[in-house]
Design a binder for this molecule. Structure first.
Ligand code: ADE
Ligand code: ZN
Length: 338
């Protein structure tokens, strides 16, 4: 019991980076109702309790339906600012030094919200976080894979005036039936424009999607990647490339990618030499921010203090920071662990 408490405190204090976080997935019910009222938008749920009761998902699609519905209340720049700022305050409390957040422009532009409104609100909060909280960040623009290729191309075009604010492009939403190959040409253009590349692969989709992300999209990082374990050749390829995977334990539990956290493959991934990190994905929906993800997976898999240090170190090493910034963060980690 004492050892358990000691590790919990250690996890809470350890400096870390978050690399897989959908900003729309940090939209807490309390703030959602507040913004809905401010904007005169009706939610399908009478109150916060009723909304929270709906957070009981059988798969990714059931979650996405509720997540997209919640986004309907986001109308003005200040709404995007407030949502992002709330997450950043939480990140500070949890000793996140650096965060790389995703946003889904099409979720908003498809409802008639301007691309500029969305990105300006998020960008202003990220800038304030650097000044007021000392948190650095990168921004990842993610394409919705259930939409057609031409919609992703259109979004890439809308991003041009804001290129300096965007570091990478990603691929998310309904995975099954929407393989990375559907977006090969868009990602090729994004790469030519100088963006780094990430993609969700192997969350619900097969190991083959991980290979497609590596070979066709030429990703710099894989989001999730769990199902790579079903094909040893894919595992070996990931290890050889030293390709980082952004694993999200509580997300995997809530979306029934695993039936129980004790059956989560994180330890197996570490043992196989995969370059894994721990992240929260959509914390407002999955019952915990990054520290709860570390704490619950540590508990379920009996991870050691050394495993935790390795995972926190991996989060900096797998980030899109430059070499000097990475070594500054690693020094802070070392100061904490020495
Ligand atoms: N969008 C938000 N969260 C997601 C997830 N876990 N997988 C795919 N798309 C998402
Ligand atoms: Zn995700």
């Amino acid at each position: 019991m004492r050892a358990k408490n000691y590790l919990k405190k250690f996890i809470e204090g350890i400096p870390k980076a978050e690399l897989h976080l959908h900003i729309e997935g940090t939209f807490e019910p309390e703030l959602m109702f507040k913004i809905a009222k401010r904007n005169g938008v009706n939610l399908d749920y009478k109150n916060i309790e009723e909304l929270k009761r709906a957070y009981n998902f059988s798969n990714l699609q059931e979650f996405l339906n509720i997540y997209y519905a919640g986004c309907n209340v986001l109308i003005n720049e200040v709404d995007f600012y407030d949502m992002t700022w709330e997450y950043l305050k939480k990140a500070k409390e949890q000793n996140i030094l650096h965060t790389e957040i995703m946003f889904d422009p099409q979720t908003h532009t498809d409802r008639g919200i301007m691309f500029a409104t969305v990105i300006t609100g998020i960008h202003k909060a990220l800038t304030d976080a650097k000044i007021k909280l000392g948190i650095t960040s990168k921004l990842i623009m993610s394409f919705l894979r259930h939409l057609p290729e031409d919609s992703a191309f259109e979004t890439l075009g809308q991003a041009v005036p804001f290129k300096d604010w965007i570091d990478a492009v990603g691929l998310d939403s309904s995975e099954l039936g929407h393989p990375p190959s559907k977006f090969e040409r868009v990602f090729q253009k994004a790469k030519e424009e100088g963006y780094l590349i990430v993609a969700h692969a192997g969350e619900e989709g097969p190991a083959e999607y991980v290979t497609e992300a590596l070979e066709l999209l030429q990703v710099d990082r894989i989001d999730h990647g769990n199902r790579c374990l079903e094909d040893i050749a894919v595992v070996n390829d990931l290890v050889e490339r030293r390709m980082a995977l952004t694993v999200c334990p509580l997300s995997n539990l809530k979306l029934r990618v695993v039936e129980d956290l004790t059956k989560h493959p994180l330890k197996e991934m570490l043992d196989k030499g995969l370059f894994v990190t721990i992240n929260s994905d959509d914390p407002a929906y999955f019952g915990g921010y990054i520290n709860e993800n570390y704490i619950e997976i540590q508990n379920a898999l009996d991870l050691s203090k050394e495993d935790i240090i390795q995972l926190a170190g991996n989060s900096f090493k797998a980030s899109f920071l430059n070499k000097i910034e990475k070594s500054q963060m690693m020094n802070k980690l070392k100061e904490f662990t020495d």
